[in-house]
Unconditional design. Structure first.
Length: 481
């Protein structure tokens, strides 16, 4: 097969994406047939109809609730839901309770965690700007919007039940708006440029995605991707009538949807709110101590919202001491949990302990104690090597610029203690080989690899390669000396 033939095949299979966007009634491609009940089909088709038509109504919000309960990973449903929350001024604290329920049933659903993160940051943003308090001016009769007209009509029209202008949350801005996660297009604009919010905010809603050339950046109107035909949105009139009637009865009987219509009038103590969110993330970690999303949410709270810089939390709840106790508890419970070690390193760097010699020395002693008790724990040695790397550079900078790291008494003692355990665990040997390599001691490094090659038959090819690599560096080291 020559290159000409390959080029011909490539051209045959290539797709012009620009023309693809302009083609209507595209042929539907069935990649995978999935069985849905009649009710599930009705929910999905109805929500898809709202998404495609960019109609942000309370009816669509209700539909997204059912769609998410069926499939918590339905990203478009979450994105549509965020647009409804902002455009319709739905109750944000009530939405937090919804995410708690979804996460409880599906703790590893990334989309639900991202939605909660968006909510927390958005509530903090509005509370600090006083916008949540400003919502008290909205009419208390807001619940009557679901009334004589079709469900959600008043919401989709964007009007206040009292006839007054609606508070424009979308016009509120912070200096770090560019780093705000609500910049994912969930700003309540319909993407067509017809948003009621004018000025810079309107232009920002239509701004293309960063990091791509202007001609390759997708338009906002293409944010929702689907493979639907118009026929998929057609439903029997009788079914639609029943659906509207059922939704009307549901809203009247369901406390959750009633609360969703309540104005965001209650004041929020932002410090207590953040503390409760920290406790919530702790509870989820207790449910699954190795769940990435729970730990990521916790680190995000500390990193993005400045938990450790919050004077109230530090004085009232001693939050820093609390976090170290939290870490130590999980280390005692499961010393092999790598997530805990990663989080511990994050806390050390966040508190800038990596710039303090005494703190780092205590940390090395802490790790050595655990390493002697659990020599088969790879997570400890990975963490310890990183700490030693930072400590060595700090020691050379603040005390003495030593050529041999084992001239540092603490590291010499560590090497001697771990050398006694080389027959017990391969991870001790791997750690020592990395330490010798870092110190430029190629002969000792090769010796560790030979020991590993002899006793670790499964990875003998790896250690053989490491030996050759270290031996190739030896002449270079000799010349440099």
């Amino acid at each position: 097969m020559d290159m000409t033939h390959l080029e011909r095949e490539r051209q045959k299979l290539s797709v012009d994406m620009q023309n693809e966007r302009n083609v209507k009634n595209k042929e539907k491609v069935h990649i995978l047939s999935t069985y849905y009940t009649d009710n599930e089909q009705l929910v999905y088709s109805s929500l898809a109809s709202f998404i495609e038509s960019k109609k942000y109504s309370f009816e669509g919000y209700v539909m997204s609730t059912f769609a998410i309960k069926v499939n918590p990973s339905y990203y478009s449903a979450w994105m549509y839901r965020r647009k409804c929350l902002r455009k319709l001024n739905l109750n944000l604290l009530n939405e937090l309770r919804f995410t708690k329920c979804v996460i409880c049933d599906n703790i590893k659903s990334f989309q639900s965690w991202f939605h909660r993160r968006w909510l927390v940051e958005y509530i903090c943003k509005l509370a600090r700007g006083g916008t949540l308090r400003g919502e008290q001016a909205e009419s208390a009769n807001r619940g009557k919007r679901v009334g004589s007209r079709s469900l959600g009509a008043a919401h989709s029209s964007g009007e206040n039940s009292s006839g007054g202008p609606q508070i424009a949350w979308d016009s509120y801005d912070l200096e770090d708006e560019g780093n705000f996660i609500s910049s994912d297009g969930s700003d309540g604009s319909d993407g067509s440029g017809s948003s009621s919010i004018s000025g810079s905010r309107g232009s920002r809603a239509r701004r293309a995605s960063p990091g791509l050339p202007a001609e390759e950046r997708p338009l906002e109107e293409d944010a929702f991707l689907s493979n639907c035909e118009e026929a998929d949105f057609d439903a029997e009139k009788a079914d639609v009538a029943i659906l509207h009637e059922d939704l009307q009865n549901l809203v009247e009987s369901c406390e959750f949807f009633k609360n969703a219509l309540r104005p965001n009038g209650e004041p929020v103590n932002i410090d207590e709110f953040l503390y409760e969110e920290m406790l919530y993330s702790n509870c989820d970690i207790f449910l699954d101590a190795k769940n990435y999303n729970s730990w990521a949410h916790k680190t995000w709270l500390i990193d993005k919202l400045g938990i450790f810089k919050n004077k109230y939390l530090c004085e009232q709840y001693n939050i820093i001491s609390h976090e170290f106790n939290f870490i130590n508890y999980f280390l005692k419970h499961d010393i092999y949990n790598n997530s805990v070690w990663v989080y511990r390193y994050f806390i050390l760097t966040k508190l800038k302990y990596t710039r303090k010699l005494r703190k780092m020395e205590r940390e090395i002693k802490f790790c050595l104690n655990y390493a002697k008790q659990f020599p088969h724990n790879e997570a400890i040695f990975k963490y310890l090597f990183r700490v030693i790397f930072l400590y060595t550079h700090l020691y050379k900078k603040k005390k003495k610029n030593v050529a041999d790291i084992f001239e540092i008494p603490l590291l010499l003692n560590l090497k001697e203690e771990l050398a006694k355990l080389t027959d017990q665990s391969k991870y001790v040997l791997i750690f020592l080989s990395e330490l010798y390599s870092f110190n430029g001691q190629r002969a000792q490094e090769v010796q560790c690899y030979r020991h590993l090659q002899k006793n670790d038959n499964f990875n003998d090819a790896v250690w053989r390669y490491r030996i050759e690599e270290a031996q190739m560096k030896q002449p270079c080291d000799a010349k440099s000396m």
